[in-house]
Write a protein that binds this ligand. Structure first.
Ligand code: AMP
Ligand code: GLY
Length: 425
């Protein structure tokens, strides 16, 4: 088959790495991709949100199957447009991608189908949102309804902070139209984990769980980021938690979305808060997590292509998914300054030496080749140094051994990825 992956981050490098090892994949393309992806796929210079150009490319090149990595093209209807052109695709249609595209829509679905989550209100009026915040008190969480590249959430510890968030999101329109509507919700305490299922409209198969490190600094300090590292499995997600999440969250959501006339297929990413053995759903994402995908693909021993095809064709019942028991861990290397302003174009050396460490795969998130063929940083999150090991400690040691072989003065990483899992072992 000719397969096209859409996106350019670490998640898409991980997907390309997994797809390229499938015997079903004859030719792999990635739009727009990055310097690491170029080693396993042919890069196509089309942005991941340029729906018309992606569909035209897929038609002209007779692509058999398109795998969409990020949420934005899903919300824009890329899968719908591809199917109209007769091209199969992995990922939800636009009406189901609303689970991530509108937090208000997602919360209403959770409420309607009685899925455990934080109590909430939806607001299009700043005064009403503020009255709700004053009535509920702090801590309280304020979120933009629409997509804000992971930045539209303020976990406020005081009422004043929450009121200020309403002004920034709705008044100053820092996130544009995403802030036309807000969700204000109850603060949930507990330990966070990411859980993934693959869905075909009616059947959902559990994949695996992972834990992400959202804060930029060691010890979970500093501002939130897209994710500075992850590991899988997540010790907090026990078999009992998996059973509860499937029964109380994933399956009712899949049935509910079908009943709403918006059947869900693709990867369903449940952001969980787990407190005293009871999971609650923080949010859904309609795609793999980044960097969680990197560790999932490092542990997956099944061929991913038949699973993705079965999701797209409604044939998941009876499919199975196999994983290595070895944990995997990814350390994200980011450009100095991230998640604030950062420089682009710094040269990265030592990648081959890093990749030579046993069990290590250096996945690229924001890289390109310069005129002299050198790998240079082009994004905030730049590399995902991914390692497998017999234990989390071994995976962590291998990942940092590889990190230390990378010669990149323009970048940094956290030195404590995996600490929660190590504390438990
Ligand atoms: P999100 O972008 O919705 O994943 O939210 C970003 C982060 O904010 C989450 O990963 C949580 O750490 C935190 N968060 C979101 N909602 C809540 C909540 N209701 N209670 C506590 N923390 C939350
Ligand atoms: N790592 C969290 C996310 O992909 O949203």
């Amino acid at each position: 088959m000719k397969i096209l992956v859409v996106g350019s981050g670490g998640r898409e490098h991980a997907l390309c790495w997994a797809i390229a090892r499938s015997p079903l994949c004859d030719e792999l393309f990635c739009a727009p991709g990055n310097a690491g992806i170029a080693e396993v796929a042919t890069l196509v210079p089309i942005g991941s949100e340029d729906v018309a150009a992606l569909v035209a490319f897929a038609k002209t090149r007779a692509i058999d199957f398109v795998v969409v990595g990020p949420e934005a093209p899903l919300v824009l209807g890329l899968v719908d447009r591809l199917e109209e052109a007769g091209i199969k695709a992995f990922g939800p249609h636009a009406n189901a991608a609303r689970l991530e595209g509108s937090k208000g829509f997602m919360k209403d679905i959770l409420a309607k189908y009685q899925i455990p989550t934080a109590a909430y209100g939806r607001f299009t009026d700043a005064g009403a949102a503020k009255a709700f915040i004053r009535a509920k008190g702090a801590p309280i969480v304020v979120k933009t309804d629409g997509l804000a590249a992971g930045k539209g959430v303020v976990v406020a510890t005081t009422v004043d902070e929450a009121l200020a968030a309403v002004d920034t999101m709705m008044g100053d329109k820092v996130f544009g139209a995403a802030g036309d509507e807000l969700v204000v919700e109850e603060f949930l305490a507990g330990e966070e984990a990411s859980f993934f299922a693959i869905v075909d409209g009616t059947t959902a198969l559990p994949l695996a769980a992972a834990q992400d490190h959202k804060r930029v600094g060691d010890g979970d300090t500093g501002p939130n980021t897209g994710g500075m590292g992850a590991y899988s499995p997540a010790p907090v997600v026990t078999p009992d938690i998996v059973a509860k999440v499937m029964e109380r969250c994933i399956l009712p959501t899949v049935r509910g979305m079908a009943a709403e006339g918006a059947p869900y297929r693709g990867v369903l990413f449940a952001g969980l808060m787990i407190d005293k053995g009871e999971p609650k759903l923080l949010e859904y994402n309609v795609r793999f997590g980044d960097p969680e995908c990197q560790v999932l693909m490092a542990r997956l021993t099944s061929d991913i292509v038949p699973l993705m095809l079965a999701s797209a064709e409604g044939r998941l019942a009876g499919e199975t998914v196999a994983w290595s028991n070895d944990p995997a861990l990814v350390v994200v290397m980011a450009a100095n300054g991230y998640p604030g302003p950062y420089q682009k174009g710094s040269v990265i050396g030592g990648l081959d030496k890093a990749a030579a460490v046993e069990g290590v795969q250096v996945l690229h998130a924001g890289t390109a080749r310069d005129g002299q063929g050198r790998v240079v940083a082009t994004g905030g999150r730049v590399l995902g140094v991914t390692a497998r090991g017999a234990t989390v400690a071994e995976a962590q040691a291998r990942a940092y051994q590889a990190v230390d072989r990378i010669d990149w003065p323009g970048g940094f990483c956290r030195r404590d990825i995996g600490w929660r899992a190590l504390d438990r072992s």
